[in-house]
Write a new protein. Structure first.
Length: 255
C-alpha cells in the first residue's frame, strides 16, 4: 500500500484488520536471509501500511558483543568509553542492537544511518537506570534489570529464552517513571513529530540470548489494548526468523 493510501491506527480497531496487518508483515519477511533483513522488512511493511500515523518503527534484538559486526562493536565500545564503563564490556555482554528502522526522516530508514542508536550495552542495572525508556521497557516486558549485574548468569539466559511481553506509554509527553523522569526522554523528538503514544512488544528465541523488541512511535493515541493485540507480531516474526537465529545468521554482513 502506498503512503498516500496508508491506514491510520483507527483502522486497526477490529481483529480482522489487525490480522490482515499481521499477515502482510509476515509475508514481507518471508525468505529473509538474516534476522537483520527480516527486521528491516518488518518495519518498512508497518510504515507502508500505516504511514505517518506511526512516525518511527524500530526493531531491536539482544546480541552478544562478540557477535556484532565491526561497526557496531566500535560504536558500543565508544559509547562505553564515554560513560567510563569500558571495563564492564565483555564479549558476552548483551547489546540491545538496532536491527531495523523506518520512519518519517530519511536518516531513520536504516540502522546504519540511525546515528546514536546502533546498540545499547546492557551493562548493569545502574547503567540502564540512566536511560529511562530502556529501563522502563525492559521492566515492563518482565525482565529483571538486576540480572545484568550478574554477567553470564543463567537466569538471564532463561528469561530471554522464554519470556514475551508488552511495553506501553499512553502519553509520550507526560508519562513519568518512579523517579519522576519522562519515560520518553527525547521530548524534543516527541514535540517535533507529534508523538502521542509509544508501545513495544517483545519475545525471546528459546535456547539463545536473542530477545526481539518491536517498537512503534505513534502520532495517534495507541491504547494498551492495541499494544497487547500487537503481541502476536512477535510470534509472526519468530516464525519467519527462528531458523536464521538458530543458525547464527543475525546480520546481513559478517562480524
Amino acid at each position: 500500500m502506498s503512503e498516500e493510501g496508508a491506514l491510520g491506527l483507527e483502522a486497526l480497531g477490529t481483529r480482522r484488520a489487525r490480522m490482515a496487518l499481521e499477515r502482510r508483515v509476515q509475508r514481507a519477511m518471508q525468505g529473509a536471509a538474516s534476522l537483520e533483513q527480516a527486521a528491516q522488512r518488518y518495519v518498512e511493511a508497518v510504515r507502508a501500511e500505516l504511514g505517518d500515523a506511526v512516525a518511527l518503527v524500530r526493531a531491536f534484538a539482544t546480541v552478544e558483543y562478540g557477535a556484532l559486526p565491526q561497526a557496531h562493536r566500535a560504536f558500543v565500545a565508544g559509547l562505553c568509553a564515554k560513560q567510563d564503563q569500558r571495563a564492564l564490556l565483555r564479549e558476552d555482554t548483551l547489546i540491545l542492537t538496532l536491527m531495523g528502522s523506518a520512519g518519517m526522516e530519511p536518516a531513520w530508514g536504516s540502522p546504519r544511518t540511525s546515528e546514536g542508536h546502533l546498540g545499547i550495552p546492557l551493562l548493569s542495572s545502574a547503567f540502564l537506570g540512566r536511560i529511562p525508556m530502556i529501563a522502563a521497557m525492559l521492566t515492563e516486558l518482565g525482565i529483571e534489570l538486576e540480572g545484568f549485574d550478574r554477567p553470564g548468569d543463567i537466569i538471564v539466559g532463561q528469561t530471554f529464552g522464554v519470556h514475551s511481553g508488552v511495553f506501553h506509554v499512553g502519553d509520550a509527553a507526560t508519562t513519568v517513571d518512579d523517579e519522576g523522569r519522562k519515560v520518553i526522554g527525547a521530548q524534543d523528538f516527541v514535540a517535533r513529530y507529534g508523538i502521542r503514544s509509544v508501545f513495544g512488544v517483545g519475545g525471546g528465541y528459546v535456547g539463545t540470548p536473542v530477545y526481539l523488541t518491536l517498537i512503534w512511535f505513534c502520532r495517534e493515541v495507541a491504547g494498551a489494548e492495541l499494544a497487547e493485540a500487537c503481541r502476536t507480531h512477535v510470534d509472526r516474526f519468530k516464525a519467519e526468523t527462528t531458523a536464521q537465529v538458530q543458525a547464527g545468521r543475525l546480520f546481513s554482513t559478517e562480524p
